[in-house]
Ligand binder design. Structure first.
Ligand SMILES: N[C@@H](CCC(=O)N[C@@H](CS)C(=O)NCC(=O)O)C(=O)O
Length: 232
């Protein structure tokens, strides 16, 4: 039975840029599972109302519906125990939870300052007003003003990446010798920026960039082949 996933899209349905959906797509590929993705826009709340909440990813596996990227990862390991584990142990799961929360609370905000003004431009016209209003209300400032000082925002990102960079230098992947869900939880954030915003955020020789490249090429280049909204 094919799994199905509601996946955030831009005006161009090929542009898939949600950090949380990218985590899930990498996790599904890691498990060797095939998924059919359904492009979804921010304002299409009615389409996912059956899931009992208003956000993507929403995974449908037969008659089961699972939401939230972390819950989906736990579900996949439980439902598909014979496929490669996303968490090989309870310890890996505990460390993975910390890393996913680091990504959401430290890395995502640093990236938002660099990409949110580009994101609004790639949205379906029906989504633009909703996105601008909701994000400006939570940030307390206009999106373009929020991103104005790119140099300072790049410096802040660089400082935020210190622990990630040291870990990757030491171990290759956050999961150790091979990637696990912790890698995908952080990878999703960089793929969000890659697919939805202008410019590169990392120097070519940055260990974080090298790790990102390696993950992008996995699973037949699943992430490397994803179209970008802006030319590289
Ligand atoms: N905790 C959720 C967060 C999911 C989430 O925030 N998804 C965003 C897309 S990146 C969304 O659906 N936003 C809907 C909205 O802002 O209205 C997860 O890990 O899956």
């Amino acid at each position: 039975m094919t799994l199905r996933l509601y996946d955030l899209a831009g005006a161009d349905p090929q542009i898939r840029f949600s950090p949380y959906c990218w985590r899930t797509k990498m996790a599904l590929a890691h498990k060797g599972l095939t998924v059919e993705t359904i492009p979804w826009r921010f304002t299409e709340k009615a389409a996912i109302a059956f899931s009992g909440q208003e956000r993507v990813p929403v995974l449908m596996d037969g008659d089961k519906t699972v939401t939230d990227s972390w819950t989906i990862a736990l579900y996949l390991d439980e439902a598909y125990p014979d496929s490669p584990a996303l968490f090989a142990s309870a310890e890996a799961r505990a460390a993975g939870f910390f890393i996913k929360r680091w990504s959401e609370t430290q890395l995502h905000p640093a990236l938002v300052r660099l990409i949110v003004a580009d994101i609004v431009q790639i949205l379906d016209p029906a989504d633009r007003e909703y996105f601008r209003q909701s994000r400006e209300a939570s940030l307390g400032v206009g999106l373009e003003d929020y991103c104005r000082d790119r140099e300072a925002n790049l410096k802040a990102l660089d400082a935020c990446l210190v622990p990630l960079r040291s870990s990757l230098k030491a171990t290759g992947f956050l999961g150790g010798e091979a990637p696990n869900f912790a890698d995908y939880a952080v990878f999703g954030a960089f793929q969000w920026a890659r697919c939805s915003a202008r410019g590169d955020l990392l120097a070519d020789d940055d260990p974080v960039a090298l790790w990102f490249e390696k993950l992008s090429e996995l699973y037949g280049g699943l992430a490397a082949g994803a179209p970008r909204a802006y030319a590289a």
